[in-house]
Design a protein around this ligand. Structure first.
Ligand SMILES: Nc1ncnc2c1ncn2[C@@H]1O[C@H](COP(=O)(O)OP(=O)(O)OP(=O)(O)O)[C@@H](O)[C@H]1O
Ligand code: SF4
Ligand SMILES: [Mg+2]
Length: 348
């Protein structure tokens, strides 16, 4: 546990607190639906999600495409409103957050191609009423050094990695305590990924910044995070420290994901995707939402949703949503796929 996290744990309140958050998107009807007078559909993107991030902690949210990761990021940053639930940063609601930054997968979602990096960072400072003398320090904190060499460049004069550093500089300028990073390295090549992961880890170590690191890539979660939250069809199926979830997975889904990794060490390549069969399109199944892909499903799994509760490991903070978790064979069945070696947060 990092020093920052110990301090936060001691005070009892997480930096980010998400409770019972649900989001449903309305689905537009096709012309055929309209002519047939079929009602519009709805997609439950998040269903009663709880999540904590402590000060200075790196929490990875892992999930396949469509599991609700970006929706979660957008709710936390206030870009969309949850239909129910609570999101608080330092005990405050979304209108009072000055301390949350956002980094998207594609830097061009954030950077204006016509604006220089100096103008980009200045825009954020101006919006928050912060002094302009933070521009160079922010660029250099994101390892765009010397700032004078980057301040007047436009995005197309940068590499992909430098563009993502520029986005991070924009977030750093606002002095964040928490950064929500949605697939921040998935468009980068392997060496750039390692550099950005190292930057994230350094910013956590030196500035105490907490990160919610969203990824479809289990190996990245292992490389960077203190804790891992496994999201599936809008619900948390397992959570715990990276050690607990990746070395001793309790949920059949987490086990399937680990078993599907081509390498015995998820830290090795950083290119594995979560692919243990197809995630269902449309409405989640009744009861356990993983049941139509689960080799251990029994009739009872269809009738109620398994609560997220203490995992059979008994380790503090290790929680799993599976009725049969205690009956399943020990995770030795997936041990050959389990990561070995260094601590999770030192892997970049
Ligand atoms: N604006 C929208 N309108 C309707 N449905 C949406 C909208 N945005 C997302 N969805 C649906 O909500 C679900 C969750 O989407 P979300 O983008 O949050 O998933 P994700 O985990 O980020 O996926 P990916 O890995 O592909 O980015 C998906 O079924 C998606 O199709
Ligand atoms: S509750 Fe049932 S269907 Fe769901 S993961 Fe556990 S065994 Fe499988
Ligand atoms: Mg997404």
């Amino acid at each position: 546990m990092s020093d920052q996290r110990r301090i936060s744990a001691a005070s009892g309140a997480p930096l980010l607190r998400v409770r019972g958050v649900s989001v449903t998107y309305g689905v537009q009807r096709s012309i055929a639906d309209i002519l047939a007078r079929r009602p519009g559909g709805a997609i439950v993107a998040l269903d009663d999600v709880d999540l904590d991030v402590d000060a200075g902690e790196i929490v990875a949210v892992v999930g396949e495409s469509g599991s609700g990761k970006t929706t979660l990021a957008r709710v936390i940053t206030g870009l969309i409103k949850a239909e129910s639930g609570v999101v608080e940063v330092e005990g405050e609601g979304p209108n009072d957050w000055r301390s949350v930054g956002m980094v998207f997968q594609d830097p061009y979602e954030t950077l204006d191609p016509k604006r220089t990096l100096g103008e980009f960072v200045a825009e954020g400072l101006e919006a928050q009423g912060l002094p302009m003398d933070r521009i160079d320090a922010s660029l250099e904190a994101a390892e765009l050094r010397p700032a004078s060499a980057y301040r007047d460049r436009v995005p197309e004069e940068l590499s992909g990695g430098q563009r993502q550093r520029a986005v991070i500089a924009g977030a750093l300028a606002l002095n964040p305590k928490l950064v929500i990073a949605d697939e921040p390295v998935s468009m980068l090549d392997v060496s750039m990924r390692a550099q950005i992961l190292a930057l994230i880890e350094r910013l956590r170590r030196e500035q105490g910044i907490a990160w919610l690191f969203i990824t479809h890539d289990l190996s990245l979660a292992w490389a960077i995070s203190d804790r891992v939250v496994v999201l599936y069809l809008g619900a948390v199926l397992e959570e715990g420290t990276a050690e607990q979830v990746l070395r001793n997975p309790s949920h059949p889904y987490t086990r399937a994901l680990l078993a599907a990794l081509p390498s015995t060490d998820p830290r090795a390549a950083g290119t594995h995707s979560l692919a243990a069969g197809e995630i269902p399109q449309g409405a989640a199944p009744s009861g356990c939402r993983f049941r139509n892909r689960c080799a251990h499903a029994v009739e009872a799994c269809a009738s109620a949703r398994p609560p997220l509760e203490a995992a059979p490991s008994g380790a503090a903070g290790h929680r799993v949503a599976c009725f049969r978790a205690a009956e399943l064979p020990a995770a030795a069945s997936v041990a050959r796929h389990a990561p070995g070696g260094a601590t999770p947060s030192g892997g970049a």
